[in-house]
Design a protein around this ligand. Structure first.
Ligand SMILES: [Zn+2]
Length: 114
């Protein structure tokens, strides 16, 4: 397999784990703020902003968790020897695509076909 794939996946994994920790802390912060607002005044207009912020942080957290699952999956494929092979057509994935998206499962052609 092309040099550096595991290093890239592991580096991306470390970044993603850090993002998940930061977003989880953010979410707790937003929820703590929501609790204070709710206690202060149920009709505080800030409540809507906090709900929006909370939804945004929760969405980012979902994305980061998905990315982590994709990276773990890519590492498993690396161990099995199927990493870098398109799951759609079975042809090798362009190495440049793997640099840009280390967890990619499909070549650009198959990704565009979805
Ligand atoms: Zn393909």
């Amino acid at each position: 397999m092309e040099y550096g794939a595991r290093e890239r996946l592991n580096a991306a994994r470390v970044d993603t784990v850090g993002q998940i920790a930061a977003l989880t802390a953010d979410l707790h912060g937003v929820m703590a703020a929501a609790y204070v607002v709710a206690t202060d005044d149920e009709h505080d207009p800030e409540g809507a902003t906090i709900a929006f912020e909370r939804a945004q942080v929760a969405a980012l957290l979902d994305q980061a968790r998905q990315r982590l699952a994709d990276l773990d999956d890519a590492l498993a494929r690396l161990d099995q020897g199927s990493y870098g092979t398109c799951a759609g057509c079975g042809r090798p994935i362009d190495p440049e695509r793997l640099v840009a998206r280390p967890a990619a499962r499909t070549c650009i052609t198959c990704a565009a076909r979805r």
